[in-house]
Every structure is written in structure tokens, then in C-alpha cells.
Design a binder for this molecule. Structure first.
Ligand SMILES: [Zn+2]
Ligand SMILES: [Zn+2]
Length: 254
């Protein structure tokens, strides 16, 4: 397998949530690394303290458009990383707000509490105990239901870091992503999926995106873990959507 050439990074954070750089800083870093596309995807509103209110989307868009003027060979996209919140698969970005964005990512974050208190026991507890106790079959089933429901119900373009914080049935989640047109992230920041899980995902028809999830400009396009995983498991290039100048087909825009 030849070395993969990453031409887009669809997951980066700025000071709008808790990244250290501005949109300009991220754009400069992406341009220096030779990317053609960079998405700015700060945390959505239910992420405590740092989540971005939809009221700020217009300001971010203006900021992004201003920065875009300085770059001919880099396309900036305005996105969000929504929070998946509870068994029903709710996310904290409404359709009318998503319409203002170029791309919608979604993932599970422990600190973003579900809307329903009962989900605290069904999901949050599983995340709190994942690294100290082996997840039970029932826990994995509930976590999986949450992800599958989110993928079914919402036009999520990329599922971020599946397996981070919650154990899931990768075959079911991968199948749902393939069926509904959601890309599965290989996350260099969270080192997910792990090696056992990648084989389960590969057994489905899901398509992957390699992302940095950079919270600092210098980490943009730093994807050694994910590229290493792709190379080790010989993921076919046709199953990686952000290499060699390819473009994503975005569910949120269909
Ligand atoms: Zn995340
Ligand atoms: Zn992120």
C-alpha cells in the first residue's frame, strides 16, 4: 500500500469552543500542511461551558468568509460537532440550524448530559465505568441503540470517535452508517476505533474519514494513528473518503 495522502481534515476546533487557535490560525496550519479542505467543527451547545450556541453561527460564518479570502488553495467549511444525547439518539443541533452549516459531525461526549434524566443511568453511567469495569452485553446494546438511533434520525455527515467513552457493537453501528450515508471517523486524537473494532467495521460497508480532531492548530492533519491503522489493516483507498483530493458526499446537504 502506498502512503496515504490526506487532502482534507474535517474535524478541527477553535476558540469558539475550546480549541487554542482562531479560524485563521487553523487555516494557516492547514494550508502549510498542504490540505485542500479544512472544516471548522466546534462543539455544539450542550457541551458544558464551551458549546457554541446556534446564535453564533452567523458570526462564525462571517469570520470564516473573511479568512477564506486569504487562501486560494484551501477551502474552509463551517461545521459543528453535535452531541449525541441519550437512547433516542437526540442531537443538540436542530435541522434549521444545521442548514446554516456546511457539514454536521456528531459524537458522544461524557460531559454533555442527556435531555432525559433516565438516560443518565442508561448511558452516562456506562461511560463513567467503561475504563474500570467490563461493559455488560446490556450496556453495549443500549450504547449501540443510541448511536444507531442518532444515525437513523439525523443527517449526520461524520460519526466522530465511535468507541471513545462507550463500548458499542461496531458491526451494527458500521452498518447503520453505511445504510444512511454517514462516514465513520478514524480519530487520531482519541485513537479510536481500536484494533479489534476496526476489523468489525471493515466487515460492514461503511466508509471512513481520517480526522485529526485538532484542538491546537499544529495538530491539524496530524493523523499518524489513523493513517497507521488504515495501513496496517489495508483499508482499501476507496473506503477512505478524504485522501487524494476526493470529496465527501454530504448527507446533511442532500
Ligand atoms: Zn469529540
Ligand atoms: Zn472534536
Amino acid at each position: 500500500m502506498e502512503k496515504l495522502i490526506l487532502t482534507a481534515d474535517y474535524h478541527s476546533h477553535t476558540q469558539y469552543s475550546h480549541g487554542s487557535g482562531t479560524i485563521l490560525d487553523n487555516a494557516k496550519a492547514a494550508s502549510e500542511k498542504g490540505l485542500e479542505i479544512l472544516a471548522i467543527t466546534d462543539h455544539a451547545v450542550r457541551h458544558p461551558i464551551v458549546g457554541v450556541s446556534p446564535k453564533k453561527y452567523d458570526k462564525m460564518r462571517k469570520d470564516l468568509e473573511e479568512v477564506q479570502k486569504g487562501f486560494d488553495n484551501l477551502t474552509l467549511m463551517l461545521g459543528i460537532e453535535a452531541n449525541i444525547l441519550g437512547m433516542a439518539g437526540d442531537i443538540d443541533v436542530k435541522d434549521e440550524d444545521a442548514a446554516k452549516l456546511d457539514i454536521v459531525l456528531a459524537g458522544y461526549h461524557l460531559t454533555s448530559f442527556p435531555y432525559k434524566f433516565s438516560d443518565y443511568f442508561k448511558i452516562t453511567w456506562n461511560a463513567l465505568t467503561k475504563y474500570t469495569m467490563k461493559s455488560t452485553k446490556a450496556q453495549i446494546a443500549r450504547n449501540t441503540t443510541m448511536f444507531v438511533n442518532a444515525i437513523k434520525r439525523h443527517k449526520i455527515d461524520i460519526l466522530t470517535h465511535p468507541g471513545f467513552r462507550l463500548d458499542i457493537d461496531y458491526k451494527q453501528v458500521g452498518k447503520a452508517c453505511a445504510d444512511y450515508g454517514t462516514y465513520v471517523e478514524l480519530s487520531s486524537r482519541h485513537k479510536t476505533p481500536d484494533e479489534k473494532s476496526i476489523e468489525e467495521l471493515l466487515a460492514t460497508d461503511c466508509i471512513f474519514v481520517i480526522n485529526s480532531d485538532a484542538h491546537k492548530p499544529e495538530n491539524i492533519a496530524s493523523c499518524d494513528f489513523a493513517i497507521g491503522l488504515a495501513e496496517k489493516y489495508e483499508i482499501p483507498e476507496k473506503r477512505i473518503a478524504n485522501i487524494s483530493g476526493k470529496k465527501l458526499v454530504l448527507r446533511s446537504k442532500s
